[in-house]
Design a protein around this ligand. Sequence first.
Ligand code: OGA
Ligand code: NI
Length: 357
Amino acid sequence: MASPCDWPEPVVRVQSVSESGSSTIPDRYIKPPSDRPSPNLSPPDINIPLIDLAGLTDGDLAVREATMKEISAACREWGFFQVVNHGLRAELVDRAREIWREFFHESMEVKQRYANSPKTYEGYGSRLGLQKGAILDWSDYYFLHYLPSSLKDHNKWPHQPSSLREVVEEYSKEIVRLGNVLLKVFSKNLGLRHDYLQNAFGGEDIGACLRVNFYPKCPQPDLTLGLSSHSDPGGITFLLPDENVCGLQVCRGQQWITVRPVPHGIIVNIGDQIQVISNAIYKSVEHRVVVNPNKERVSLAYFYNPKSDLLIQPAPELITPETPSLYPSMTFDEYRLFIRTRGPQGKSQVESLKSQK
Ligand code: OGA
Ligand code: NI
């Protein structure tokens, strides 16, 4: 299938709608009742697991093993966890988030220079998916590539604020380092060779891309979502949330759990490709974002992905008569095109692969 070239209808920036000061939101953003955020669903005392990554390099073997176990349980039971002592300096994570906030507060004229198209999605955007007349999410975003270097194009990164590129470079380098560490941990925890996942992802030739989400204030947050329920298509996602504004909700059983971020923590979640390679021992869990009447929210979602033209399939070591292979082989390129055309639609994407087997 050829890449789609343009949006099906004129693009409206959610930030402009928000700043118009209307007390109601346009119909385009009103979700059907079953998709709206339900009040008080999440018990306030439940949160995703919090893991101190300093434990991975502790001098005491028992501490290292306990940390590996915590990560294993979080991957199997939640698909989501929050990490601290991850090696990214507190000043760097704050700077990365705040510089993007500044970008979204640049004039519309500046931001429009980077307006994106569905061909590559790079740049400033306001929708995912191409279905004409679709109900849209209450967010704008900025999408860029860091790896492979052949896709990195500084001309497609904002030039303003002037230090943005430097900060994004440093932040990106650190996220890739963290991704390499976690792939090793996941491999060992799955009983695979320590370099299994890194090799399955293409060794050094992984993909890494950043989506910065901007959720403007919303006068009717009960009627819409900042980001519809979806699972992340890639390998691992590293989410830097807005420390002061909750919004991310993770699906657990029949409930939506609101994530409460810890200072300078990074939220890690398993993407669809690791669900496939682990043959569903690790789950890529659905999540969504709710918005807020009084506060905007900025988050940085870093997607650490397999090289896009490698075949991804369940690890043969994990296939047994009791646990037969659940997924067909598919490249990440093929998988992503499938999703980009349809927009975020819950878990249907990876689950629908099963029926193709
Ligand atoms: C995403 C995502 C959550 C958030 O960008 O894929 O799930 O809190 N973001 O912004
Ligand atoms: Ni996501």
